[in-house]
Design a binder for this molecule. Structure first.
Ligand SMILES: C[S@@+](CC[C@H](N)C(=O)[O-])C[C@H]1O[C@@H](n2cnc3c(N)ncnc32)[C@H](O)[C@@H]1O
Length: 194
């Protein structure tokens, strides 16, 4: 992976780690599929660590394209660590996220709302799921955005197997005949739509 890119990502607080970044970097940089036709969408940005990774990679692979970041910036309900951090940040991470993205001058369209409430009608080539981890919520979220993924699109899910919701949803997607699992790391899984 590009160490310079990782240095920028690593400077932002978050969970996205170097091992995952390296694998995703290789998968996305080397794919033969044209993933420039649809949008790249991240659900669950926090302070922008994974956002910076996808936006920098997108800039490198397809200069001029923007990344969509969907987040309430209010943290995940019933997550104690999130609640403490949100309180320390005046109950909203939006300013911190914007500051981090502006520092790196990243082209991002921010959708500050719940993913299921986000008005969406564009084709998607890459979808990264790391927002609300409740299974029923995630099923609704997946049903909504799945409609926009085309053949060759990537679906990347964090917290599989560490969280029950994403893990069950990933199991369900594995059993579908229009998704193919192409990589599973320590806590991330990547599917491609076929
Ligand atoms: C685990 S954090 C994301 C971490 C980030 N991807 C990283 O690697 O640093 C989960 C994020 O999802 C957001 N979130 C929770 N529920 C959401 C929802 N229903 N819609 C959109 N974002 C949501 C929270 O505000 C929080 O920023």
């Amino acid at each position: 992976m590009d160490e310079n890119l990782w240095e920028k990502v690593h400077a932002i607080q978050g969970w996205f780690n170097k091992e995952t970044a390296s694998q995703l970097y290789d998968i996305l940089m080397k794919t033969d599929n044209d993933i420039s036709q649809g949008e790249w969408v991240e659900i669950g940005s926090w302070m922008g660590r994974s956002t910076a990774f996808f936006a920098l990679l997108l800039q490198k692979k397809y200069p001029g394209k923007i990344l969509h970041a969907i987040d309430t910036f209010q943290g995940t309900p019933n997550d104690a660590f999130h609640e403490d951090t949100i309180r320390e940040n005046h109950f909203d991470l939006y300013q911190e996220f914007q500051k981090n993205m502006n520092n790196l001058q990243l082209p991002i369209q921010i959708h500050k709302e719940k993913s299921v409430d986000c008005h969406w009608e564009l084709p998607i080539s890459l979808l990264y799921l790391d927002g609300d981890h409740d299974l029923y919520y995630m099923m609704e979220e997946f049903r909504k955005f799945d409609l926009f993924l085309h053949t060759g699109s990537f679906l990347i899910m964090d917290d599989v197997p560490s969280w029950i919701g994403p893990t069950h949803l990933a199991g369900h997607i594995s059993s579908m005949n229009n998704y193919h699992k192409i990589w599973a790391g320590a806590n991330t899984i990547v599917f491609q739509k076929i």
